[in-house]
Design a protein around this ligand. Structure first.
Ligand code: GLC
Length: 381
Protein backbone atom coordinates (compact mmCIF):
# COMPACT_ATOMS: atom_id res chain seq x y z
CA UNK A 1 0.00 0.00 0.00
CA UNK A 2 1.30 3.45 -0.84
CA UNK A 3 1.66 5.92 2.00
CA UNK A 4 -1.09 8.14 0.51
CA UNK A 5 -3.68 5.39 0.85
CA UNK A 6 -2.60 4.59 4.41
CA UNK A 7 -2.74 8.28 5.23
CA UNK A 8 -6.32 8.54 3.94
CA UNK A 9 -7.42 5.60 6.07
CA UNK A 10 -5.69 6.84 9.20
CA UNK A 11 -7.15 10.32 8.70
CA UNK A 12 -10.66 8.92 8.25
CA UNK A 13 -10.40 6.87 11.47
CA UNK A 14 -9.01 9.72 13.55
CA UNK A 15 -11.61 12.16 12.18
CA UNK A 16 -14.39 9.74 13.10
CA UNK A 17 -12.89 9.34 16.59
CA UNK A 18 -12.45 13.08 17.29
CA UNK A 19 -14.45 14.42 20.27
CA UNK A 20 -14.95 17.64 22.22
CA UNK A 21 -13.19 19.33 23.96
CA UNK A 22 -10.41 18.14 21.63
CA UNK A 23 -9.24 14.55 21.92
CA UNK A 24 -9.48 11.24 20.06
CA UNK A 25 -11.21 8.14 21.43
CA UNK A 26 -9.24 4.90 20.92
CA UNK A 27 -12.38 3.21 19.51
CA UNK A 28 -15.92 4.61 19.35
CA UNK A 29 -17.64 1.60 20.92
CA UNK A 30 -15.12 -0.27 23.07
CA UNK A 31 -13.06 2.71 24.31
CA UNK A 32 -15.29 5.82 24.19
CA UNK A 33 -13.25 8.02 26.60
CA UNK A 34 -9.85 9.68 26.75
CA UNK A 35 -6.93 7.38 27.67
CA UNK A 36 -3.58 8.84 28.72
CA UNK A 37 -0.98 7.04 26.63
CA UNK A 38 -3.35 6.63 23.68
CA UNK A 39 -3.84 10.43 23.60
CA UNK A 40 -0.08 10.97 23.50
CA UNK A 41 0.24 8.59 20.53
CA UNK A 42 -2.75 10.28 18.87
CA UNK A 43 -1.03 13.66 19.25
CA UNK A 44 1.95 12.31 17.27
CA UNK A 45 -0.34 10.81 14.61
CA UNK A 46 -2.24 14.10 14.22
CA UNK A 47 1.08 15.88 13.74
CA UNK A 48 2.07 13.31 11.09
CA UNK A 49 -1.23 14.07 9.35
CA UNK A 50 -0.26 17.74 9.27
CA UNK A 51 -2.80 18.62 11.96
CA UNK A 52 -0.54 19.97 14.68
CA UNK A 53 -3.41 21.97 16.22
CA UNK A 54 -5.29 18.78 16.97
CA UNK A 55 -2.14 17.20 18.37
CA UNK A 56 -1.74 20.13 20.72
CA UNK A 57 -5.44 20.03 21.69
CA UNK A 58 -5.05 16.34 22.58
CA UNK A 59 -2.38 17.26 25.15
CA UNK A 60 -4.27 20.27 26.49
CA UNK A 61 -7.36 18.15 27.19
CA UNK A 62 -5.24 15.37 28.72
CA UNK A 63 -3.79 17.75 31.32
CA UNK A 64 -7.10 19.48 32.05
CA UNK A 65 -7.80 17.05 34.89
CA UNK A 66 -4.24 16.92 36.30
CA UNK A 67 -3.94 17.24 40.09
CA UNK A 68 -2.11 20.19 41.65
CA UNK A 69 0.60 17.70 42.72
CA UNK A 70 1.16 16.69 39.08
CA UNK A 71 -0.72 13.37 39.03
CA UNK A 72 -2.33 12.65 35.61
CA UNK A 73 -5.32 10.26 35.61
CA UNK A 74 -5.30 7.60 32.91
CA UNK A 75 -8.94 8.04 31.92
CA UNK A 76 -11.08 11.16 31.49
CA UNK A 77 -14.85 10.74 31.05
CA UNK A 78 -15.62 13.88 29.03
CA UNK A 79 -19.11 12.58 28.13
CA UNK A 80 -20.35 12.71 31.73
CA UNK A 81 -20.30 8.92 32.14
CA UNK A 82 -20.28 8.05 35.86
CA UNK A 83 -20.55 4.25 35.70
CA UNK A 84 -17.03 3.74 37.07
CA UNK A 85 -17.30 6.23 39.95
CA UNK A 86 -17.55 3.56 42.63
CA UNK A 87 -14.51 1.73 41.24
CA UNK A 88 -12.32 4.87 41.23
CA UNK A 89 -13.81 6.65 44.22
CA UNK A 90 -14.46 9.71 42.03
CA UNK A 91 -16.38 10.90 38.99
CA UNK A 92 -14.97 12.44 35.78
CA UNK A 93 -11.60 10.58 35.86
CA UNK A 94 -9.92 7.39 36.98
CA UNK A 95 -7.62 7.45 40.01
CA UNK A 96 -4.58 5.62 38.56
CA UNK A 97 -2.16 6.68 35.81
CA UNK A 98 -0.56 5.19 32.65
CA UNK A 99 2.91 5.40 31.01
CA UNK A 100 3.78 9.13 30.75
CA UNK A 101 4.14 9.28 26.97
CA UNK A 102 3.49 13.03 27.10
CA UNK A 103 7.27 13.68 27.22
CA UNK A 104 7.66 12.08 23.81
CA UNK A 105 4.49 13.69 22.44
CA UNK A 106 5.63 17.20 23.43
CA UNK A 107 9.13 16.63 22.01
CA UNK A 108 7.85 15.10 18.77
CA UNK A 109 5.36 17.92 18.18
CA UNK A 110 8.08 20.52 18.81
CA UNK A 111 10.43 18.67 16.41
CA UNK A 112 7.66 18.88 13.81
CA UNK A 113 7.32 22.62 14.30
CA UNK A 114 4.10 22.62 16.34
CA UNK A 115 3.86 25.39 18.95
CA UNK A 116 3.40 23.93 22.41
CA UNK A 117 2.29 26.36 25.13
CA UNK A 118 4.43 26.60 28.25
CA UNK A 119 1.44 25.45 30.31
CA UNK A 120 1.63 22.06 28.54
CA UNK A 121 5.39 21.58 28.92
CA UNK A 122 5.06 22.53 32.59
CA UNK A 123 2.18 20.12 33.07
CA UNK A 124 4.23 17.34 31.46
CA UNK A 125 7.19 18.10 33.68
CA UNK A 126 4.92 18.13 36.77
CA UNK A 127 3.51 14.76 35.72
CA UNK A 128 6.94 13.15 35.49
CA UNK A 129 8.16 14.76 38.72
CA UNK A 130 5.04 13.50 40.46
CA UNK A 131 5.98 9.90 39.66
CA UNK A 132 9.53 10.54 40.85
CA UNK A 133 8.58 12.09 44.18
CA UNK A 134 5.31 10.52 45.33
CA UNK A 135 6.07 6.83 44.79
CA UNK A 136 8.47 5.11 47.20
CA UNK A 137 11.01 3.39 44.91
CA UNK A 138 11.63 -0.35 44.76
CA UNK A 139 15.25 -1.28 43.86
CA UNK A 140 15.58 2.29 42.63
CA UNK A 141 12.60 2.02 40.29
CA UNK A 142 9.14 3.63 40.31
CA UNK A 143 6.41 1.16 41.30
CA UNK A 144 3.04 0.95 39.60
CA UNK A 145 -0.04 0.50 41.78
CA UNK A 146 -2.10 -1.55 39.34
CA UNK A 147 -1.61 -3.63 36.14
CA UNK A 148 -3.71 -1.07 34.23
CA UNK A 149 -1.05 1.58 34.98
CA UNK A 150 1.41 -0.26 32.74
CA UNK A 151 -0.98 -0.23 29.78
CA UNK A 152 -0.17 -3.97 29.41
CA UNK A 153 -3.18 -5.12 31.40
CA UNK A 154 -3.09 -8.91 31.07
CA UNK A 155 0.64 -9.44 30.58
CA UNK A 156 2.03 -12.69 32.00
CA UNK A 157 4.41 -10.45 33.97
CA UNK A 158 1.52 -10.09 36.47
CA UNK A 159 0.64 -13.79 36.75
CA UNK A 160 2.21 -13.99 40.18
CA UNK A 161 -0.77 -12.03 41.50
CA UNK A 162 -3.33 -14.61 40.43
CA UNK A 163 -3.79 -17.77 42.47
CA UNK A 164 -3.82 -20.73 40.13
CA UNK A 165 -3.42 -20.84 36.35
CA UNK A 166 -4.14 -17.68 34.36
CA UNK A 167 -7.68 -17.28 33.15
CA UNK A 168 -9.17 -14.11 31.62
CA UNK A 169 -12.28 -14.07 33.83
CA UNK A 170 -10.40 -14.74 37.06
CA UNK A 171 -7.88 -12.04 36.15
CA UNK A 172 -10.70 -9.55 35.40
CA UNK A 173 -12.06 -10.08 38.90
CA UNK A 174 -8.57 -9.83 40.40
CA UNK A 175 -7.87 -6.55 38.57
CA UNK A 176 -11.05 -5.09 40.07
CA UNK A 177 -10.06 -6.27 43.55
CA UNK A 178 -6.56 -4.79 43.21
CA UNK A 179 -8.01 -1.27 42.94
CA UNK A 180 -9.28 -1.57 46.51
CA UNK A 181 -5.80 -1.99 48.04
CA UNK A 182 -4.25 1.09 46.39
CA UNK A 183 -2.71 3.45 48.95
CA UNK A 184 -3.12 7.16 48.30
CA UNK A 185 -1.24 10.31 49.22
CA UNK A 186 -3.05 13.41 50.50
CA UNK A 187 -5.03 14.71 47.55
CA UNK A 188 -5.95 11.22 46.41
CA UNK A 189 -3.12 10.36 44.00
CA UNK A 190 -2.03 6.70 44.17
CA UNK A 191 1.36 6.03 45.77
CA UNK A 192 1.67 2.29 46.47
CA UNK A 193 -0.24 -0.97 46.62
CA UNK A 194 0.75 -3.66 49.12
CA UNK A 195 -1.38 -6.08 47.09
CA UNK A 196 0.57 -5.43 43.88
CA UNK A 197 4.21 -4.63 44.57
CA UNK A 198 6.13 -4.33 41.30
CA UNK A 199 8.28 -1.71 39.57
CA UNK A 200 8.17 -2.91 35.94
CA UNK A 201 11.20 -2.49 33.71
CA UNK A 202 9.03 -1.45 30.77
CA UNK A 203 7.13 1.24 32.68
CA UNK A 204 10.35 2.64 34.16
CA UNK A 205 12.04 2.72 30.77
CA UNK A 206 9.13 4.83 29.56
CA UNK A 207 9.38 7.20 32.54
CA UNK A 208 13.13 7.65 31.93
CA UNK A 209 12.80 8.04 28.17
CA UNK A 210 9.93 10.52 28.44
CA UNK A 211 11.93 12.53 30.97
CA UNK A 212 14.80 12.71 28.45
CA UNK A 213 12.45 13.55 25.60
CA UNK A 214 10.86 16.41 27.56
CA UNK A 215 14.27 17.66 28.73
CA UNK A 216 15.33 17.87 25.09
CA UNK A 217 12.75 20.67 24.84
CA UNK A 218 13.00 22.31 28.26
CA UNK A 219 16.63 21.61 29.20
CA UNK A 220 15.42 20.80 32.72
CA UNK A 221 18.31 19.25 34.67
CA UNK A 222 16.03 17.59 37.23
CA UNK A 223 14.41 15.51 34.49
CA UNK A 224 17.78 14.37 33.16
CA UNK A 225 18.84 13.44 36.70
CA UNK A 226 15.64 11.43 37.16
CA UNK A 227 16.26 9.61 33.88
CA UNK A 228 19.85 8.81 34.91
CA UNK A 229 18.72 7.38 38.25
CA UNK A 230 16.19 5.11 36.60
CA UNK A 231 18.57 4.02 33.84
CA UNK A 232 21.20 3.09 36.48
CA UNK A 233 18.61 1.03 38.33
CA UNK A 234 17.44 -0.62 35.11
CA UNK A 235 20.98 -1.72 34.26
CA UNK A 236 20.85 -3.91 37.41
CA UNK A 237 17.77 -5.69 36.09
CA UNK A 238 19.34 -7.18 32.95
CA UNK A 239 19.23 -10.98 32.72
CA UNK A 240 21.76 -12.03 30.07
CA UNK A 241 20.55 -15.66 29.93
CA UNK A 242 16.93 -14.75 29.30
CA UNK A 243 17.84 -11.64 27.25
CA UNK A 244 15.36 -9.45 29.09
CA UNK A 245 15.10 -6.82 31.77
CA UNK A 246 13.31 -8.13 34.88
CA UNK A 247 10.90 -6.49 37.32
CA UNK A 248 11.75 -5.96 41.00
CA UNK A 249 8.92 -6.66 43.45
CA UNK A 250 7.02 -9.67 44.73
CA UNK A 251 7.19 -11.40 41.34
CA UNK A 252 10.94 -10.83 40.83
CA UNK A 253 11.78 -14.54 40.90
CA UNK A 254 8.69 -15.76 39.09
CA UNK A 255 6.48 -13.91 36.60
CA UNK A 256 8.72 -10.83 36.71
CA UNK A 257 11.12 -12.65 34.34
CA UNK A 258 8.70 -13.75 31.60
CA UNK A 259 10.05 -12.65 28.21
CA UNK A 260 7.71 -10.00 26.80
CA UNK A 261 8.09 -7.26 24.19
CA UNK A 262 7.40 -4.47 26.69
CA UNK A 263 10.20 -5.74 28.94
CA UNK A 264 12.61 -4.79 26.13
CA UNK A 265 11.53 -1.12 26.24
CA UNK A 266 14.71 -0.30 28.23
CA UNK A 267 16.25 -0.40 24.74
CA UNK A 268 15.03 3.20 24.58
CA UNK A 269 17.42 4.23 27.35
CA UNK A 270 20.16 1.64 27.96
CA UNK A 271 23.75 2.84 27.78
CA UNK A 272 25.13 -0.66 27.23
CA UNK A 273 25.71 -1.44 23.53
CA UNK A 274 26.13 -5.20 24.06
CA UNK A 275 22.78 -5.45 25.84
CA UNK A 276 21.16 -3.30 23.19
CA UNK A 277 22.51 -5.58 20.47
CA UNK A 278 21.21 -8.69 22.26
CA UNK A 279 17.77 -7.18 22.87
CA UNK A 280 17.48 -5.92 19.28
CA UNK A 281 18.36 -9.38 17.96
CA UNK A 282 15.73 -10.91 20.28
CA UNK A 283 13.02 -8.68 18.80
CA UNK A 284 13.42 -10.21 15.36
CA UNK A 285 14.47 -13.75 16.33
CA UNK A 286 11.65 -15.94 14.97
CA UNK A 287 12.32 -18.58 17.62
CA UNK A 288 11.08 -16.11 20.25
CA UNK A 289 9.57 -12.64 19.77
CA UNK A 290 10.18 -12.22 16.05
CA UNK A 291 7.27 -12.64 13.60
CA UNK A 292 6.22 -11.20 10.21
CA UNK A 293 3.69 -8.83 11.83
CA UNK A 294 5.47 -8.74 15.20
CA UNK A 295 7.19 -8.52 17.52
CA UNK A 296 4.99 -10.86 19.54
CA UNK A 297 3.84 -9.41 22.86
CA UNK A 298 5.10 -12.58 24.56
CA UNK A 299 7.98 -14.84 23.49
CA UNK A 300 6.55 -17.99 21.87
CA UNK A 301 8.83 -20.18 24.06
CA UNK A 302 7.06 -18.99 27.20
CA UNK A 303 4.40 -21.39 28.56
CA UNK A 304 2.10 -18.35 28.95
CA UNK A 305 2.24 -17.54 25.21
CA UNK A 306 -1.19 -17.54 23.52
CA UNK A 307 -1.02 -16.08 19.99
CA UNK A 308 -4.47 -14.46 19.90
CA UNK A 309 -5.19 -13.65 23.53
CA UNK A 310 -5.20 -10.03 24.78
CA UNK A 311 -1.70 -9.18 26.05
CA UNK A 312 -0.59 -12.85 25.98
CA UNK A 313 1.04 -13.02 22.53
CA UNK A 314 -0.37 -10.74 19.80
CA UNK A 315 1.57 -7.78 18.37
CA UNK A 316 0.74 -4.27 19.63
CA UNK A 317 1.23 -1.24 17.35
CA UNK A 318 2.27 1.19 20.09
CA UNK A 319 4.96 -1.18 21.38
CA UNK A 320 6.28 -1.85 17.87
CA UNK A 321 6.43 1.91 17.25
CA UNK A 322 8.45 2.48 20.44
CA UNK A 323 10.81 -0.41 19.68
CA UNK A 324 11.19 0.90 16.11
CA UNK A 325 12.26 4.27 17.54
CA UNK A 326 14.72 2.47 19.84
CA UNK A 327 16.21 0.45 16.97
CA UNK A 328 16.69 3.64 14.96
CA UNK A 329 18.29 5.41 17.92
CA UNK A 330 20.79 2.54 18.21
CA UNK A 331 21.58 2.80 14.50
CA UNK A 332 20.21 -0.72 13.89
CA UNK A 333 18.71 0.06 10.48
CA UNK A 334 18.05 -3.60 9.62
CA UNK A 335 16.01 -4.23 12.79
CA UNK A 336 14.22 -0.88 12.43
CA UNK A 337 13.28 -1.75 8.84
CA UNK A 338 11.87 -5.12 9.88
CA UNK A 339 9.88 -3.63 12.77
CA UNK A 340 8.63 -0.80 10.59
CA UNK A 341 7.50 -3.18 7.84
CA UNK A 342 5.79 -5.41 10.43
CA UNK A 343 3.91 -2.43 11.87
CA UNK A 344 2.75 -1.08 8.51
CA UNK A 345 1.87 -4.58 7.26
CA UNK A 346 -0.02 -5.41 10.46
CA UNK A 347 -1.95 -2.14 10.50
CA UNK A 348 -3.05 -2.57 6.87
CA UNK A 349 -3.82 -6.30 7.07
CA UNK A 350 -5.73 -5.97 10.35
CA UNK A 351 -7.80 -2.96 9.24
CA UNK A 352 -6.05 -0.70 11.79
CA UNK A 353 -6.81 -2.99 14.72
CA UNK A 354 -6.04 -2.46 18.42
CA UNK A 355 -3.62 -5.45 18.20
CA UNK A 356 -3.15 -8.35 15.81
CA UNK A 357 -1.93 -11.90 15.27
CA UNK A 358 1.84 -11.56 14.89
CA UNK A 359 2.00 -14.43 12.35
CA UNK A 360 -0.74 -13.48 9.90
CA UNK A 361 -1.87 -9.94 10.83
CA UNK A 362 -5.46 -10.93 11.66
CA UNK A 363 -7.08 -8.00 13.49
CA UNK A 364 -7.90 -8.54 17.16
CA UNK A 365 -9.57 -6.46 19.87
CA UNK A 366 -11.20 -3.18 18.83
CA UNK A 367 -11.23 -2.36 15.09
CA UNK A 368 -10.47 0.31 14.04
CA UNK A 369 -8.27 1.60 16.85
CA UNK A 370 -6.75 5.07 16.60
CA UNK A 371 -3.22 4.14 17.70
CA UNK A 372 -2.77 1.79 14.74
CA UNK A 373 -2.26 5.11 12.92
CA UNK A 374 1.30 5.02 14.26
CA UNK A 375 1.94 2.93 11.15
CA UNK A 376 1.69 6.17 9.17
CA UNK A 377 4.40 7.80 11.30
CA UNK A 378 6.64 4.81 10.54
CA UNK A 379 5.71 4.76 6.83
CA UNK A 380 6.66 8.42 6.53
CA UNK A 381 10.06 7.54 8.03
C1 GLC B 1 -6.56 -1.39 26.69
C2 GLC B 1 -5.03 -1.42 26.69
C3 GLC B 1 -4.49 -0.09 27.18
C4 GLC B 1 -5.10 1.05 26.37
C5 GLC B 1 -6.63 0.98 26.37
C6 GLC B 1 -7.27 1.97 25.41
O1 GLC B 1 -7.03 -1.32 27.98
O2 GLC B 1 -4.54 -2.47 27.46
O3 GLC B 1 -3.09 -0.05 27.08
O4 GLC B 1 -4.67 2.28 26.86
O5 GLC B 1 -7.03 -0.30 25.96
O6 GLC B 1 -6.79 1.78 24.12
Amino acid sequence: MVTGELEDRVRAVLEAHWREPGFTVPNARVYPWQWLWDSCFHAVIWAALGEGDRGRAELVSLFARQHATGFVPHLVYWDGFTGHASLWGRERTSSITQPPLYGHAVAELVRRGVDIPESVTEAASDGLRHLAHWRPRSAGLVPVVHPWETGCDDSPRWDRWLDGPWDADAWRVRKGDLVATIERSPGGAPSANAGFRVAPAGFNALVAWNARELASVTGEEALLALADELVDALEDRWDADLVTWTDPGDGADTSGRVRTADALLPLLVTRDPARAAAALAALVDEAGLGAPFGPRGVDRREPAHQPRTYWRGPAWPQLTYLLWLAARAHGAADVADRLGAALVGGAVTSGLAEYWDADDGTGLGAVPQSWAGLALVVAQG
